[in-house]
Design a protein around this ligand. Structure first.
Ligand code: F6R
Length: 364
């Protein structure tokens, strides 16, 4: 039931603070992760992992991209990520000690299942992060971690994505314990994750501002999304949401790629959305913003606390509350979900059932 909400998608966006609680529920004890959450054999398997191969499709693939940054940064082992439909049809090399990690909201995505079946005999173990208990993916994997997001009805995935990110951070911690991530750091990260419900409530409070911004997109035919680091996959996810439900062509680029091609497209008809937190890359991103502005491109910036990016002619800024760095990809996703939602509503599309799409892609 949609209750007070006009669409399931909006309801599911607003459920995210509660979902963040649900995915952590019963998985932390006295500031430490309980590995049994992954299954009784998880500890023995995690001990042997030397590298991770992530497989997924669509939105779940974007979650996998973010996790690959986390795993290489915090665990310090190689992590590859690939869309299932590519992976399953090419000869793949699985180095010794590979953990296959599949991500899927439904657990029934044909390509993801086929990829799992294709390589399960060539890896040391398989872990599914999934929202549907008892789904094919869960049944066929050695280990599983449920995202506990509750049924997702809107075709455009929202709460499933952010809950996958939390589950992926828990996976990162479990692996990191084996490679020198300290108990203290684990405790700090878990404490940050536990702040998510409160943080996401603050982000939802930006909804009226984001709704006002959405009017600038309703008449456009294209949009560019830029981000760096873990916010590059977030930009990809923002672009996918806009395409899916508003039918506006949107593409995401790592901000540094702008001058290697897409800058040629920038003019007043090409809105550019950037996700720009406070980190070492901010100065570089500011240079990118100037490049866009100089070509008459209209900028829409989701900014952190740094006041140097200011609202001015041609630059609309939505300022986000203070966000711990590791949580940035989770936090910056919400405003982008709301943006695509409001653009779709203005365009009058069928938000929960976009044309040509199915909730679960069980055929190739
Ligand atoms: C996008 C979307 C799709 C799914 C993809 C994978 O909003 O929902 O891109 O993410 O079809 O589905 P799952 O996660 O069920 O394997």
């Amino acid at each position: 039931e949609k209750g007070e909400f006009k669409h399931f998608m909006l309801k599911e966006i607003y459920e995210q603070p509660a979902v963040m609680k649900a995915v952590l529920e019963g998985r932390i004890n006295k500031g430490h992760l309980l590995e049994q959450a992954f299954g009784s054999e998880a500890g023995a398997l995690f001990d042997q992992v030397k590298q991770v191969q992530i497989i997924a499709c669509g939105t779940s693939y974007h979650a996998g991209m973010i996790a690959s940054y986390w795993i290489e940064q915090l665990v310090g082992i190689p992590c590859r990520v690939e869309v299932a439909s590519e992976f399953r049809y090419r000869p793949v090399v699985m180095p010794q000690g590979t953990l296959l990690l599949t991500l899927s909201q439904s657990g029934e995505t044909a390509d993801t299942l086929a990829a799992l079946r294709e390589v399960k005999d060539r890896v040391i173990g398989t872990l599914a992060i999934c929202n549907v208990p008892g789904s094919s993916l869960v049944r066929e994997s050695d280990l599983s971690l449920m995202t506990n997001a509750g049924p997702e009805i809107g075709v455009a995935s929202t709460k499933a994505f952010t809950s996958q990110l939390v589950a992926l951070m828990l996976t990162t911690l479990a692996l990191g314990r084996r490679t020198g991530l300290s108990a203290k750091r684990e405790q700090e990260i878990l404490a940050e994750l536990q702040q998510l419900p409160e943080l996401l409530e603050k982000l939802l409070a930006l909804d009226p501002e984001i709704e006002a911004m959405s009017a600038a997109f309703a008449e456009k035919h294209n949009a560019l999304f830029l981000g760096r680091g873990t916010l590059y996959p977030v930009a990809m996810e923002g672009a996918l949401k806009l395409k899916e439900i508003s039918y506006i062509h949107a593409e995401a680029y790592p901000a540094g790629e702008l001058k290697h091609g897409p800058l040629a497209l920038v003019d007043k008809d090409m809105p550019v959305v950037t996700v720009a937190p406070n980190n070492a890359m901010l100065d570089k991103l500011k240079a990118n913003l100037q490049e866009v502005r100089a070509r008459g491109g209209e900028l829409f910036v989701f900014a952190g606390q740094d006041q140097s990016i200011k609202q001015q002619d041609g630059i609309s800024v939505i300022r986000l509350p203070a966000i711990p760095t590791l949580l940035e990809p989770i936090a910056y996703t919400l405003p982008l979900q709301l943006l695509s939602y409001h653009v779709a509503v203005l365009k009058g599309t069928d938000v929960d059932q976009p044309r040509n799409l199915a909730k679960s892609v069980t055929v190739e």
